[in-house]
Design a protein around this ligand. Structure first.
Ligand code: UDP
Length: 354
């Protein structure tokens, strides 16, 4: 496969801190925020993305920045990965097939992307002895309801006949493989489990609830609450998440460890819908959606939203004691602030350009 290098601006730029980062999946939602943050921190940044779920629009504003390079290719292209890994100091492996809708509709792609992709990254990293941070997921904990989840907790998964569990299992294989490379080959590997992460640039295309609700409210459509809306989540602002990831990468004691990264304030999905409607009213003016809740929210049964016998996680709350102890991290931005920023961004994107 041809590797398409969009831009390369060298590394002799003001503020260069001497470190080069390779970000797989760097034009996805979280990867693009990470690319920008590392550039701001003085890293030279190379992003590789096959644009399957990532969007070039997420990083267009970085293309002309000194020290930034964007490669359109698959991380399973061994020749390209060999060169990129040889040129970097640290790898942030963010490339993955994500989103519950995709997991249910295309499990082959999810399993292959996650398992083969991580294997390719670890093999190349081991060849050049580079530090690797692997993005994992709170899906690892499965349908355990004993919240908060701490890193050593047991996993509770459904049967293999339900494709929803393939994502959790594929990321668990990634974690096992990363830890095995660390224990057997002393490769410096750090694993972080992302809980629900939200913020500007997130697409609702793959099912993520916050961008979907925000767009529905702006379009004056009823918000689609799956199930009865009593299931809860904790939503962490991506800018807080990025601080955690960069902090872990710079912490020598974090090597060989697994960390949760997430917010701890729990909210039900129905309350989230109400808060999104309120935020849109505050930012966009009154009554964007009907005031009557029966009209502003549409309850969609799980089997319609996903698949027959779909099992949702009822609660998902991280225990963040460990990351707090290692790097002093905790989230700073409130959900209220994040929702305002998301709604403002969507409104600006929809505004007619002069
Ligand atoms: N959800 C919803 N309406 C939507 C999309 C999602 O009610 O349009 C629910 C979904 O069933 C889940 C929660 O919102 O309970 C969070 O979904 P998301 O896909 O964002 O993340 P998950 O926590 O499931 O990985």
């Amino acid at each position: 496969m041809r590797s398409d290098r969009v831009n390369y601006s060298g590394f002799n730029f003001p503020g260069f801190n001497g470190l080069s980062a390779l970000i797989t999946g760097g034009s996805g939602f979280i990867g693009s925020h990470l690319s920008e943050a590392l550039l701001d921190a003085g890293y030279r940044v190379t992003t590789i993305d096959n644009l399957s779920t990532g969007r070039q629009g997420n990083i267009n504003h970085l293309i002309d920045r000194p020290g930034f390079q964007f490669v359109i290719d698959s991380i399973t292209n061994e020749i390209v990965m060999d060169r990129l890994v040889s040129e970097c100091d640290v790898i942030f492996h963010m490339a993955a097939a994500v989103g519950v809708q995709l997991i249910v509709s295309d499990p082959v792609r999810v399993i292959e992307t996650n398992v083969l992709g991580t294997h390719a990254v670890l093999k190349a990293a081991n060849r050049y002895r580079r530090k690797v941070l692997i993005a994992s997921t709170s899906e690892i904990y499965g349908k355990n309801t004993q919240v908060p989840f701490s890193e050593e907790d047991d996993r509770l998964l459904g049967p293999t006949t339900k494709s929803r569990w393939s994502y959790s299992s594929s990321k668990a294989v990634d974690e096992f493989l990363g830890l095995a490379y660390h224990h057997q080959m002393e490769l410096p590997v750090i694993i972080f489990r992302l809980f629900n992460t939200v913020g500007p640039k997130q697409s609702g295309q793959y099912g993520m609830v916050v961008p979907r609700f925000a767009q529905q409210a702006l379009d004056r459509e009823p918000l689609t609450v799956y199930g009865d809306g009593t299931q809860t989540r904790c939503f962490c602002d991506v800018r807080d998440t990025i601080r955690a990831i960069v902090g872990l990468s710079e912490c020598p004691e974090a090597v060989g460890q697994v960390f949760n990264i997430g917010a701890t304030d729990e909210i039900s999905i129905l309350d989230l819908a109400r808060q999104v409607i309120q935020t849109v009213e505050q930012v966009n003016g009154p009554s964007p959606v009907p005031q009557n809740e029966a009209e502003s929210v549409r309850f969609v049964p799980y089997h319609e939203a996903y698949e027959t016998d779909f099992e949702d996680m009822l609660r998902r709350v991280p225990d963040i004691t460990k990351i707090r102890q290692f790097i002093g991290w905790e989230p700073r931005l409130s959900l209220d602030q994040t929702l305002r920023d998301i709604v403002t961004e969507l409104m600006e994107a929809a505004a007619p350009k002069d």
